[in-house]
Design a protein. Structure first.
Length: 318
């Protein structure tokens, strides 16, 4: 989906005959708590930047907390949001299932909750979710492998943090897509690198070393940090002229630059700005106007050298 349809989708959710800047502010001292799974991740950094910008437009006060990839801490942070008298909560769950009890407790206090980027499972009541269709994103990666290698390929797959809904969904979409493509597409290694560049490097180095007699054709990583680590590993083990392709997910500026230079084959755009802005507007409209909390799935887009202008953060590439 290009940025224009995404903008239209966001505009449709906001349309209620009132401009954003004229909405009544939340009462003094009333805040929205936003809990991110790990604020050191480049994707989350970009999302938080867009969140802060949108909050200013809406005249909303925020309390932003970092779970540091720790589900017990995130659960405690959500409990603290209740104590702080939060008017609403946005959460990117560290683990799809572990956060369900804490979110149940928040909703039991009549505090509305919206999940963003990562969904939650097993809650007593449904939770509105705004995020990319990660299963579709995984299928997009599988389809691109087939485009790059129509005669078949040996594939390394690096998945994200176990328990994360985005990791689960991207892996499912990719594995299902490759399985459907037939036996000529073989996943020779399938390991987690926990979203981290350093692990993407070390895991891929180990796989390439073990398969030095018959290297893979492509490394498919469920996020760009792991893809960038994998690229370093390919260069280190196989040399700068290696023809092993790398595919990522997130469309980070650093990755977009490498796509432009032909060093990374492609990356999947999931528009963090649109996700968080839509989540915040959805929650604020519910609080201020009583509108229904609804889920919205954003269709990911494959970004290659041919459509770099469709990337959400292309303006940040030097």
């Amino acid at each position: 989906m290009s940025r224009k349809p995404l903008a239209l989708a966001l505009g449709a959710m906001l349309a209620a005959g009132t401009a954003l800047t004229s909405l009544t502010a939340l009462a003094a001292g009333e805040k929205i708590v936003v809990s991110f799974q790990n604020m050191s991740e480049p994707f989350v950094i970009a999302m938080n930047r867009a969140l802060q910008d949108e909050a200013k437009k809406l005249d909303v006060s925020l309390i932003v907390v970092d779970a540091q990839s720790n589900s017990p801490k995130q659960s405690a942070d959500l409990a603290n949001a209740v104590v702080q008298g939060a008017k609403g909560v946005i959460v990117a769950p560290n683990d799809a299932k572990a956060l369900a009890p804490a979110i149940d407790d928040v909703q039991a206090e009549k505090i509305p909750v919206v999940t963003v980027d990562r969904r939650v499972e097993g809650t007593a009541r449904p939770v509105a979710h705004v995020g990319a269709d990660n299963v579709a994103g995984g299928r997009t990666m599988a389809a691109y492998v087939q485009t790059l290698f129509p005669n078949g390929a040996r594939i390394v797959h690096l998945s994200g943090q176990p328990g994360s809904s985005s990791a689960i969904d991207r892996a499912k979409g990719f594995r299902d897509g490759i399985t459907a493509a037939g036996a000529k597409y073989q996943i020779i290694a399938d390991q987690t690198a926990n979203w981290r560049r350093a692990e993407g490097l070390t895991v891929t180095e180990g796989i390439l070393t073990a398969n030095s007699a018959n290297p893979p054709d492509v490394v498919v990583a469920s996020n760009d940090d792991m893809a960038l680590g994998a690229l370093e590993a390919v260069r280190s083990v196989l040399g700068a002229k290696s023809k092993v392709q790398v595919i990522g997910f997130d469309a980070l500026p650093e990755t977009l630059d490498k796509v432009r230079k032909g060093e990374i084959a492609g990356t999947v755009e999931q528009s963090p700005s649109t996700q968080i802005r839509t989540a915040l507007n959805t929650l604020v409209d519910h609080i201020r106007k009583g509108t229904e909390l609804k889920s919205l799935a954003i269709e990911p887009t494959l970004i290659t050298r041919d459509n770099l202008d469709k990337a959400d953060r292309i303006a940040e590439v030097n």
